[in-house]
Design a protein around this ligand. Structure first.
Ligand code: AMP
Length: 567
């Protein structure tokens, strides 16, 4: 239920940016409490019709940053649907689906028709949807060009063009396709580009196609005063679908005394609280829609140890001062580096070491580097605890309890029981049975098989983007360079040094195993070319290696290490 009070709070943040009442209602219903930094910076200029060049990674809220003003502008223009008014180009089919879904979600009340267009989906079906009338097309470049060539997509009515993840599109060889598509759109269109990185090629493209763009660099703007808190920072890179199960394991392993768990929206806060409560965790919600009385009650419960977890949005957690907080858990990656710093600054107070845990979708892992940079600390990429880890941890708890009991001076009363038992069993057997009973009594019987987590293995080859499952289209303008892919369950990373730099396989194995801690034997085939090398790694080790290698030196030099995008 949304109260008028909660709605007006949402209205303030987003309405200040000039969004209309229908969009504001939608945002309030989605549980968004305030605009993210990229949204604050991009929405106003886009509504005013400016071109825009935004540097923002996935996870910063960039989709809404361009989708909201785009929707408002095309709704205001009120054109018929015989031709699309807006075109959003994205590198992969997964992103095409996700962005189309987001545009549809935000545009519900404006009755905007969105069609996603990507390879692998029936051409005929896409044609049907286009013929029915469309306002916004979200497309991958290859398939968009196919439609243009068959004259089934007419771009002469495009007034807004968005290039999302532009660096990724260029990396994937879509440069020529993009130029061909842009040439089909009116030159007086509004053009918006988003890119996680700004290499010269992106700036070149912006120069050619954007008119006096407003430039936004969120990553660099973040600033935090004061010293970094004493916090152990850990991240788990897991797909969105596994997050709840992974959180359960982490909570079981860490057993936090009092933790603040952050979600992005109030809807997500309520859902997570409900799910965790259903699984037996003592959790309460805190967000902008919660009354002051209830808020005071929840904080009191946490302080008194009557609950262990408070699930909160950033807005609700502001001004919250809980001295004894042991853990901050980012169930959703914070939208900006300084909000990460604020969140984790809530632990590690009064000289105690706190723990900050972040769950990041593989696509969001780029943000982790920004967080490290901002905190000047290291974020350890941890492996999801296994069932065996949980069992070992529970046994440790039992052992600690037994250890304590063994030091007590009230044990004599049990001696007669031991004397009796030793008539049938030896002491070791009796001790084993006693540990078993103590263990079951303190930890209960866990049906661990039930919480087996299926983490799909990712092949960047099939995704074109870190950790996204699915197929990628081949650029029509670029030729595939390499035919052979990595072996099963392996993915390749690109290392920017090769034969000419004197690189030998043992240098690569030494640097990778040494920096990331993975076993050198798990490294697969190594290919050394003139100026670069390709190293095969187990898929689930890639993320950790990339993070570990960011500041590493190979043969004394800083070398680029990134995912190799299989063509
Ligand atoms: P993106 O960076 O566009 O991939 O967005 C990441 C996630 O943040 C998506 O799940 C959005 O639904 C969510 N999101 C975007 N803007 C906001 C906001 N202002 N408040 C809360 N959640 C948001």
């Amino acid at each position: 239920m949304m109260t008028s009070e909660t709605k007006s709070e949402v209205l303030e943040g987003f309405a200040g940016l000039g969004l209309n009442a229908k969009l504001l209602t939608t945002l309030a219903e989605l549980g968004y409490e305030e605009p993210t930094p990229i949204q604050k910076a991009a929405i106003g200029p886009m509504l005013a019709g400016s071109d825009l060049m935004g540097q923002a990674a996935t996870g910063t809220g960039k989709t809404a940053a361009f989708a909201l003003p785009l929707l408002q502008r095309i709704a205001e223009a009120g054109k018929d649907r015989s031709q699309p008014s807006a075109l959003v180009l994205v590198p992969t089919r997964e992103l095409a689906m996700q962005v189309a879904e987001a545009v549809h979600k935000y545009g519900q009340r404006l009755k905007i028709a969105v069609v996603p267009i990507y390879g692998g989906h029936s051409f005929g079906q896409q044609l049907n949807m286009l013929e029915r009338g469309v306002d916004v097309v979200v497309a991958t470049p290859g398939r968009a060009l196919d439609h243009i060539r068959r004259k089934t997509l007419d771009l002469s009515g495009i007034s807004i063009l968005v290039l999302d993840e532009a660096d990724e599109m260029l990396d994937m060889g879509f440069a020529e396709d993009l130029e061909a598509i842009l040439a089909q759109t009116p030159s007086d269109r509004q053009t918006v580009m988003f890119s996680a990185t700004l290499p010269p090629r992106i700036n070149g493209m912006a120069k050619r196609h954007l008119k006096e763009p407003v430039r936004i660099q969120i990553a660099r703007e973040a600033s935090t005063k004061g010293t970094a808190p004493r916090v152990r920072q850990v991240a788990y890179v897991v797909p969105r679908a596994s997050k709840l199960a992974v959180l359960g394991r982490i909570l079981d392993l860490e057993d936090p005394a009092s933790a603040l768990v952050f979600c992005r929206t109030r809807t997500e806060v309520d859902q997570l609280t409900e799910k965790l409560s259903a699984h037996g965790y003592r959790a309460q919600s805190l967000h902008g829609g919660i009354s002051q009385d209830q808020r005071t009650r929840v904080i009191k419960l946490l302080r008194e140890g009557a609950i262990d977890l408070v699930i909160a949005t950033d807005v609700a957690a502001r001004g919250l001062d809980i001295e004894q907080l042991s853990h901050v858990i980012n169930y959703d990656v914070p939208v900006a580096a300084d909000s990460y710093v604020h969140r984790i600054g809530r632990v590690g107070r009064a000289g105690r070491e706190g723990v900050a845990i972040t769950l990041a979708d593989p696509r969001e892992s780029r943000l982790l580097c920004q967080f490290e940079h901002q905190t000047k600390g290291k974020i350890e990429i941890a492996k999801v605890p296994t069932v065996a880890d949980l069992r070992a941890r529970r046994l440790k708890v039992t052992c600690a309890a037994l250890h304590e009991a063994a030091g007590a001076d009230d044990l004599e009363q049990y001696r007669s029981a031991i004397d009796e038992l030793t008539q049938d069993h030896d002491l070791m057997k009796i001790a084993l049975a006693a540990v078993k009973l103590a263990h079951l009594a303190s930890c209960g019987e866990h049906d661990d098989a039930e919480v087996e987590i299926a983490i799909p293995s990712y092949t960047p080859a099939a995704a074109g983007k870190p950790g996204k499952p699915g197929k990628r289209e081949k650029p029509t303008g670029a030729r595939a360079k390499r035919q052979s892919g990595p072996s099963e369950n392996m993915a390749r990373v690109y290392v920017g040094a090769g034969d000419a730099e004197g690189i030998r396989p043992k240098d690569l194995v030494g640097a990778i195993a040494g920096e990331s801690g993975i076993n050198g034997k798990s490294i697969g085939a190594i290919e050394i070319e003139e100026h670069f090398s390709l190293v095969e790694l187990p898929v689930d080790a890639v993320e950790a290696v990339l993070v570990a290698m960011r500041k590493a030196l190979i043969k004394g030099k800083k070398v680029t290490v990134r995912r190799f995008t299989e063509r």
